[in-house]
Design a protein around this ligand. Structure first.
Ligand code: ADP
Ligand code: MG
Length: 312
C-alpha cells in the first residue's frame, strides 16, 4: 500500500503483548513460533468480504470480532486450543479510525481465548479481512468430520437461527431485534466446549452455513445419514418472540452464521454431556440420531442444499 501501510501496521502492533511461545512476532519477514512438543498443529483460514459476509456499514469493531470468531469457531470444531493467528487486511484507503475500531473488537476476543496475532499483510482494495488461525490438539483427539457412527446421538450447542433471523430482518429493511443482531455481529466461538468434547464426541462441525447443510457434510464424511427432530432444535427467547413457528424452524434448520457446534456421540455419553453442559453453563441439546444411509432428514424441512453456497 502507500506510506500509510506502515502506520497502520504500527497501530496494530502496539496492541500485541509479548509471550513465550512467540520468539519473534510482527515486524520481520516471518514470525518465529515455538510449538509445544508432541502436539498436532490445527490450521484454518476464513475470509470475510464486505457485502458478502457482513453488511458494508457494519461497525469496524464488530468486523474485527467476527473475523476472528469464525476462525476460532473452526479451531473449536476441531477440539483445538487456539494459539496464534495472522491477519490479511485489505482496505479501500489507509483509514486509521477503521483500524483502531477493528482492533478493539479483534483484540477483545483474542484476549478471551489467548490467541496471539503474530503477523499479516496490509493492502489496498475492496474491504476484506482474511485470518489464518493456528491451534494445538493432542494426537488422536481432534474432532474430525468422519467419526460419526450409526446409533450415535446428534447434539448441538446453544441456540440456532438467531443470526439468520437478524439477517432476514436486515434484508427486509426491518429493525433488527437487538438480541438477534448481537448473535449476527458478535458470534461466540465455542472454544471451551470443543476442547472438552475431544475424547467425548465422535465427530464435530461448526454451524456456519446452516445446520442441515453442515450436518450433511459431517454425514458424507462419515458415510452415514441423520434423522433430526425439528421440535428438539433449540431456540432463543428472542427468536421465539419474533418469528412464528414455521419461519423459526426454517431459520433454525437452514440459517447460517450461528457458530454453534454440532457433534455426534454414543448414547453412553449422555450423562457426561449433560454434566458438561451444566459445568459450562451452555445448553447442549440432543436433536436426533445417526442412521444408516445418506443425507439428513428433519421432519420435512428443506434439505441440505439450502445452506449458503458462494458460487451457486
Ligand atoms: P513483507 O513485505 O516482508 O511481507 P510487510 O511490510 O508486509 O512485510 O509487513 C511487515 C510486518 O508487519 C511483517 O512482520 C508482517 O507480518 C506484519 N504485518 C503486516 N500487516 C499486518 C497486519 N494486518 N496484521 C498483523 N501484522 C501485519
Ligand atoms: Mg507482506
Amino acid at each position: 500500500m502507500s506510506e500509510g501501510e506502515f502506520d497502520l501496521i504500527a497501530r496494530i502492533r502496539q496492541r500485541v503483548a509479548l509471550r513465550g511461545d512467540v520468539a519473534l512476532g510482527i515486524g520481520d519477514d516471518c514470525a518465529l513460533l515455538v510449538p509445544p512438543p508432541g502436539m498436532q498443529l490445527a490450521v484454518t483460514m476464513d475470509t470475510l468480504n464486505a457485502g458478502v459476509h457482513f453488511p458494508a456499514d457494519t461497525a469496524p469493531a464488530d468486523i474485527g470480532w467476527k473475523a476472528l470468531a469464525v476462525n476460532l469457531s473452526d479451531l473449536a470444531a476441531m477440539g483445538a486450543q487456539p494459539a496464534w493467528c495472522t491477519l490479511s487486511l485489505t482496505l479501500p484507503q489507509a483509514d486509521a479510525a477503521f483500524v483502531d475500531g477493528f482492533c478493539e473488537g479483534f483484540f477483545a476476543l483474542a484476549r478471551q481465548h489467548g490467541i496471539a496475532l503474530v503477523g499479516g499483510d496490509t493492502t489496498r482494495g475492496p474491504l476484506s479481512v482474511g485470518i489464518a488461525a493456528h491451534g494445538f490438539v493432542e494426537p488422536g483427539r481432534a474432532l474430525r468430520r468422519d467419526g460419526a457412527r450409526v446409533g450415535d446421538d446428534v447434539w448441538v450447542s446453544g441456540t440456532l437461527g438467531d443470526a439468520a433471523a437478524a439477517l432476514a430482518q436486515w434484508k427486509a429493511d426491518a429493525a433488527m431485534t437487538p438480541g438477534l443482531r448481537a448473535r449476527l455481529d458478535r458470534p461466540t466461538p465455542r472454544v471451551e466446549l470443543g476442547r472438552a468434547l475431544a475424547g467425548l464426541a465422535g465427530a464435530c462441525i461448526d454451524v456456519s452455513d446452516g445446520l442441515l447443510a453442515d450436518l450433511a457434510h459431517l454425514c458424507r464424511a462419515s458415510g452415514v445419514g441423520a434423522e433430526l427432530d425439528a421440535a428438539a432444535l433449540p431456540a432463543s427467547e428472542s427468536l421465539r418472540a419474533t418469528f412464528d413457528a414455521d419461519v423459526r424452524r426454517a431459520l433454525q434448520a437452514t440459517g447460517g452464521d450461528d457458530y454453534e457446534l454440532c457433534f455426534t456421540a454414543p448414547t453412553t455419553q449422555r450423562e457426561a454431556l449433560e454434566a458438561l453442559s451444566r459445568a459450562l453453563g451452555l445448553p447442549l441439546s440432543r436433536i436426533g440420531r445417526i442412521v444408516e444411509g445418506r443425507g439428513v432428514s428433519c421432519d420435512g424441512i428443506g434439505h441440505a442444499a439450502s445452506g449458503y453456497q458462494h458460487f451457486a
